[in-house]
Design a binder for this molecule. Structure first.
Ligand code: ADP
Length: 866
């Protein structure tokens, strides 16, 4: 690669790079993947490896870096994590073939064999075991958005249609790691990679799905709209592109209907921290506090359940019944979990096998997983009290007998991940293979015997027969003893002189070595042929195997839920078609766990919403537990509708269709957009979408702006949710003025988190009680937080002035009672005047005072008044 005109290799490289488009090109050279030019600069930086250069291109050195092929996976993982996509260009012929084809100077032909992108991974090392890896395609047909999503590591595929304004919520649920959309589509999400628009055709989509599944009609799989099919077309075309014509495992598509699931938009998911916290970590999220699954597939299904809780009573009850059954029988649960824990990841092993990247180990995993599934089947079958859901799952756990037997006979107990060395096909499976192995075994023994013979013959005790990749077998003696073997008639031929040793060959050794090489080559070829056949067998059974994997995951989820419930005394929620939401002694699973870790106790709280009392205004000091209370109730609804037990003594839940959670802007400064604008956009969505069936939690909404604006907006929002949307709602606020709404809104009631000042210190009780909050305790909270005493004292002085002003003018909400709509508002209860003197006096039991105590009290009061 030198000189001013591009070398043939550079020409080849540049042509491949053009095909790779915006992907980094991994260019195979021997044992390395090399990267050049900007690719090299970027990769060297991301991977923290040395950037070197090689030759010249157009008069400038070519930047280069490389990674060894055998450890490429780790590097790929880091590049993908950093947001890169990679095209792999392999050598598609051997150097010998190249020479035969084009003479001694011929360049080895290379081609891109695969694109590695975040959404199309199947390798174990590149995937997180407890997270699904979703690739999604979106497009629009006649005003409706179609979404096709698949996890190619397990083959699951689902199609969905929604109105354009619901697109972002639907995508938030999927949490895809890669998204594609037609180029030049106005509504394309910013994160989507543009693909040619012609690939998103509904006719093509339909044709491709039929072809993939070998069916004449899709009716057997469900009903699919034009938009769904168009998205499926885009998805399969993209998979085809990244796999260079080889499609991964795709199971029959499932149509997801919009109202089958509890709807939650992006803001709600983020604020409830369902799968990740606001910092993006799994630790501290709901799923983390809940997950007791013992398999990766179980953990993935649990995450899916929590992302898409159900709205169908029968389906929820079916899940709950299974959890209950496992909950009530700890021994059975423990047994099941022990067996499940040892299971390999069946679904992902199958994914790799179908994608053509399977190893003997993957086949071994299929064998072991399916065999264990069968054992679970046999273990459960005799039980007469099986819950309905389990009864329907049971058949998919069996039925692989022939395949298991075959794989058990064909494969060694722990097959390797590499095929190159062979050794994975079991003995006694193929007589011809056994014979080839016997031959090479004999030859190996013969070589061992030769070593002894040559030692005796030469009298050199240190003589050894060794093997390496370049010379094959050779005889090695210390340099000082080599002379005897150098003699022309010694029977040995010299091969190599090293610093301290000399290496020789001999006719007999050569013969045995050839026998090993030949038999070894044939044995490898025989194993390879068996491998292909086993792979074909697994592929033919892919749908049944995937169903087994899915059934095992469902059992694991239910057992995990039961385990979690048993751990902390959770209860089975009673779900109904009504509109009540009654939670007794509810707890927040994440906050409770965090407190427990510090040795602190969580205070359980009740929540009781019904049509006639559907909106609770929750006041009280900051840090008093308002947010926690709001969220725990939303999470309990979510957990219940996902079909699990809930952290409460008792829960009665009228099915919720949509769940909304909003947090006032000032908590979310990190987001960077105009936070108040965000707050209002999100609030607007609630007012537009929430129904009588919905559950809404609003945490300090309105505080992202000035006091007057904020109060006014909070006021109007509460009125609208109460009167227009009529949703069940918990609204946390520090505006006392909102308490007046209780007079005009008949189904609104006032509550507060309790706090007490004791000996001048603020004690937060975290208890939700009825009635309005008496005061905000802002200064006490500031003191608790360590604001210096002089500053708190100064704030107290300012506050006194302000409060005096309020008393004179009627306060912040003065005049609201005159608004026609609120004519019924009664006069506000006057704010009780509170100060340290009064507090101190209130504590005094006058009758119990001795004269001396009384005198001291006067001194103390005087001191307080200063
Ligand atoms: P607020 O929204 O009123 O400012 P938070 O709900 O954020 O208060 O709660 C503040 C802290 O108080 C939490 O981080 C937690 O440590 C504690 N806390 C909240 N609720 C409870 C509870 N029910 N029991 C015990 N501690 C609680």
């Amino acid at each position: 690669m030198s000189g001013s005109s591009a070398s043939p290799m550079m020409v080849q490289y540049l042509a491949l790079k053009e095909q790779a488009e915006d992907c980094l090109l991994f260019y195979r050279m021997g044992d390395f993947f090399e990267l050049f030019f900007d690719d090299a600069r970027l990769a060297a930086q991301v991977l923290d490896i040395a950037l070197t250069s090689r030759g010249e291109h157009m008069g400038l050195p070519i930047p280069m870096c490389g990674v060894p092929v055998h450890s490429a996976e780790g590097y790929l993982a880091r590049l993908i994590k950093a947001g890169c996509r990679v095209a792999i260009a392999e050598q598609i012929e051997t150097p010998e073939e190249a020479k035969r084809r084009g003479g001694s100077k011929a360049l080895v032909a290379r081609d891109i064999v695969r694109f590695v992108t975040a959404g199309t991974l199947t390798e174990e090392a590149l995937l997180e075991p407890r997270r699904a890896n979703v690739l999604a395609a979106v497009c629009e047909v006649r005003g409706q958005c179609g979404i096709a999503a698949c996890d190619i590591s397990t083959g699951r595929m689902e199609l969905e249609e929604c109105a354009p304004d619901r697109l972002s919520a639907a995508l938030a649920r999927l949490g895809a790691s890669e998204l594609v959309a037609p180029e030049q589509w106005d509504l394309a999400p910013a994160a989507a990679m543009p693909r040619p628009a012609r690939e998103f055709g509904s006719d093509q989509g339909e044709a491709r799905l039929k072809a993939v599944h070998g069916v004449a009609t899709l009716d057997g799989f469900g009903m699919f709209s034009r938009a769904m099919l168009a998205a499926a077309g885009g998805l399969i075309a993209y998979l085809d592109h990244v796999g260079r014509g080889k499609l991964p495992l795709l199971l029959p598509p499932v149509a997801r209907s919009g109202d089958a699931h509890l709807a939650m938009d992006e803001a709600t998911r983020a604020s409830l921290e369902i799968l990740v916290t606001s910092q993006g970590s799994r630790k501290g999220s709901l799923v983390d506090a809940l997950d007791r699954c013992v398999t990766g597939a179980g953990a993935r299904l649990l995450a899916e359940d929590l992302s898409a809780p159900l709205t169908d009573l029968t389906l929820i009850e079916a899940r709950l019944e299974l959890v209950q059954w496992l909950h009530d029988d700890p021994l059975l649960r423990a047994d099941l979990r022990t067996v499940l824990r040892a299971l390999p990841d069946l679904g992902r092993a199958l994914g790799r096998v179908v994608a053509g990247r399977g190893s003997p180990r993957d086949l071994g995993q299929l064998r072991d997983g399916l065999t264990e599934a069968r054992r679970i089947h046999d273990f459960l079958l005799p039980r007469t009290d099986l819950p309905e859901l389990l009864r329907t799952l049971l058949p998919s756990l069996a039925g692989h007998g022939a395949l298991c037997d075959h794989f058990a006979r064909a494969l060694v107990p722990s097959p390797p991940t590499e095929r190159g060395q062979g050794g994975y096909i079991a003995e006694d499976y193929d007589a011809a293979l056994d014979e080839l192995r016997r031959i090479s075994g004999d030859a190996r023994r013969a070589i061992a015997a030769l070593e002894t013979k040559y030692r005796d013959q030469t009298g050199i005790v240190a003589l050894k027969i060794r093997h390496n990749g370049v010379l094959g077998y050779f005889i090695e003696v210390p340099a000082g003893r080599a002379d005897a073997l150098m003699a022309p008639d010694s029977g040995f031929t010299h091969r190599q002189t090293m610093a301290g040793a000399v290496r020789f060959n001999a006719v007999a050794l050569h013969e045995e070595a050839s026998r090993i090489a030949q038999a070894g080559g044939h044995a490898l070829a025989a194993e390879e042929a068996h491998f292909e056949q086993l792979v074909a067998e697994a592929i033919a059974a892919r749908h049944a195997i995937a169903a087994t994997a899915q059934a095992l995951a469902r059992i694991d989820v239910a057992a995990g839920q039961a385990e979690r419930a048993a751990e902390s005394g959770w209860s089975r929620p009673a779900i109904s078609a009504g509109l009540a939401l009654e939670i007794e002694q509810g707890r927040h699973p994440v906050v409770e766990a965090a407190l427990a870790a510090k040795g602190e106790r969580f205070v359980a709280n009740d929540c009781r919403l019904a049509s006639h009392d559907r909106l609770w205004l929750v006041g009280g000091p900051n840090m008093g537990g308002k947010s926690t209370f709001l969220r725990q109730n939303a999470l309990i609804v979510l957990l219940a509708q996902a079909g699990g037990f809930v952290p409460a003594a008792r829960a009665r839940i009228g099915l919720v269709d949509r769940l909304f959670s909003r947090v006032g802007a000032s908590d979310n400064l990190a987001r960077g957009r105009s936070t108040f604008m965000v707050e209002m956009v999100e609030t607007a969505a609630i007012l537009a979408q929430a129904s009588e069936r919905s559950f809404v939690i609003l945490d300090e909404v309105g505080r992202g702006t000035s006091t007057y604006d904020g109060l006014a907006l909070a006021w109007a929002v509460v009125e609208a949710v109460h009167g227009v949307n009529r949703s069940r709602c918990l609204f946390a606020t520090h505006y006392h003025e909102l308490a007046r709404l209780a007079d005009s809104c008949e189904a609104l009631s006032l509550h507060h988190v309790r706090a007490r000042e004791w000996k001048g210190e603020l004690v937060l009780l975290h208890e939700v009680a009825e009635g309005p909050a008496d005061r905000s305790y802002g200064l006490a909270v500031a003191k608790l937080a360590g604001v210096p005493a002089p500053v708190v004292a100064r704030a107290k002085a300012v506050l006194d002035k302000l409060e005096k002003g309020r008393a004179e003018t009627g306060g912040l909400a003065a005049g609201l009672g005159d608004l026609p709509l609120f004519a019924a508002t009664a006069a506000a209860a006057s704010e009780p005047e509170v100060d340290a003197l009064r507090a101190r006096l209130a504590e005094v039991d006058v009758d119990a005072l001795s004269p001396r105590d009384a005198l001291e009290l006067v001194y103390a009061l005087k001191h307080l008044a200063e």
